[in-house]
Design a protein around this ligand. Structure first.
Ligand SMILES: [Zn+2]
Length: 318
């Protein structure tokens, strides 16, 4: 008999999120639908005439731009930007398979965190599927650097993220977070952390046609030594928590959950993508293992957020 905690999961129904893109400023609707076992996260774009491009795997090999957000190339000159927060919510809550459909060039930013997506997943619940969950187990260290910034994947018995940032700003400064992943801790400690930016950068970005939809409603805005958002911060160290949220989304782009330790110093989307390229550069760096062979796989998935229903029966999807 297979242990249910070792099996793959998908969302328990179709979820819909409407908002606008942070870069384009245009309205967009994203739906998340259940998907079969072993399909991972896939994304497609639907156009007004009903034409659909995709679905394609949300995979790091398809990432085309990493400076501001994570953009997935769907082929036929079609792409979808800002996938990292919704993917973070799915991976963070322990979802293995889902089909994303977007009717515009980027996912909605909503409040700049992963909380709206995570809350939607909470409402739909999760469905356990018929196949074992698989992990990418790190077998030897992979380290990438860019000047003083670095990112590493290392062998470790568990799923740990150790992240440090250091900004030349009094309201951010040096912040470190060590996160021992479980879905409950993700929901409580990570999902609500919002993206952030500096007023000085926003002006330059807007002139270049980016961040047209960014506002105090969807990002923490720092000006000199002040936070401009009237409500202040959601967590005292919300900045490093958002970097962690991003890293969870970025690392999920390797197609399977990673079993090991991730360390990052002054990192971001570009270094996160680079460390995945480094990981897959040699087959000696990793092994694909079944959850049954990892005792922690059971324990971490046992720790679900209160109120998230995990249904142990198969319905429409395999
Ligand atoms: Zn982000």
């Amino acid at each position: 008999m297979q242990n249910l905690l070792a099996r793959q999961r998908t969302v328990g129904g179709v979820l819909e999120f409407s908002g606008f893109g942070v870069h384009s400023g245009q309205p967009v609707t994203l739906t998340i639908a259940p998907a079969p076992a072993d399909s991972g996260f896939k994304i497609q774009r639907i156009f007004e005439d009903g034409n659909i491009v995709g679905p394609v795997p949300v995979h790091f090999a398809r990432v085309t731009r990493t400076t501001l957000c994570t953009t997935i190339d769907l082929g036929d000159s079609v792409s979808v930007a800002t996938v990292e927060h919704v993917i973070s919510a799915l991976a963070g809550l322990g979802v293995d398979n889902a089909l994303l459909t977007v009717n515009g060039p980027e996912c909605p930013i909503i409040d700049g965190s992963a909380a709206p997506f995570a809350e939607g997943i909470m409402r739909a619940g999760l469905e356990i599927q018929g196949k074992s969950r698989r992990y990418i187990k790190i077998m030897r260290q992979v380290l990438v650097r860019n000047n003083e910034a670095s990112a590493a994947l290392e062998p470790y018995n568990g799923r740990l993220l150790d992240l440090e940032i250091d900004f030349d700003s009094k309201v951010i400064g040096r912040q470190r977070m060590i996160f021992d992943w479980t879905p409950r801790k993700y929901f409580m400690d990570v999902a609500r952390a919002r993206t952030f930016g500096f007023v000085r950068d926003a002006k330059i970005l807007r002139q270049a046609g980016y961040a047209l939809g960014s506002s105090l409603d969807n990002s923490i805005t720092v000006h000199e030594d002040k936070i401009l958002n009237p409500g202040g911060l959601r967590y005292e160290d919300e900045f490093v928590r958002h970097k962690l949220l991003d890293a969870i989304g970025d690392l999920a782009l390797c197609g399977l959950p990673i079993y090991g330790r991730f360390r990052s110093y002054k990192g971001g989307h570009a270094l996160n993508a680079l460390v995945l390229h480094g990981l897959f550069a040699s087959e000696a760096n990793y092994q694909v293992v079944n959850a049954e062979d990892l005792p922690l796989g059971y324990d971490a998935l046992n720790d679900m957020p209160e109120g998230l229903e995990v249904r142990p029966y198969l319905r429409s999807v395999g």
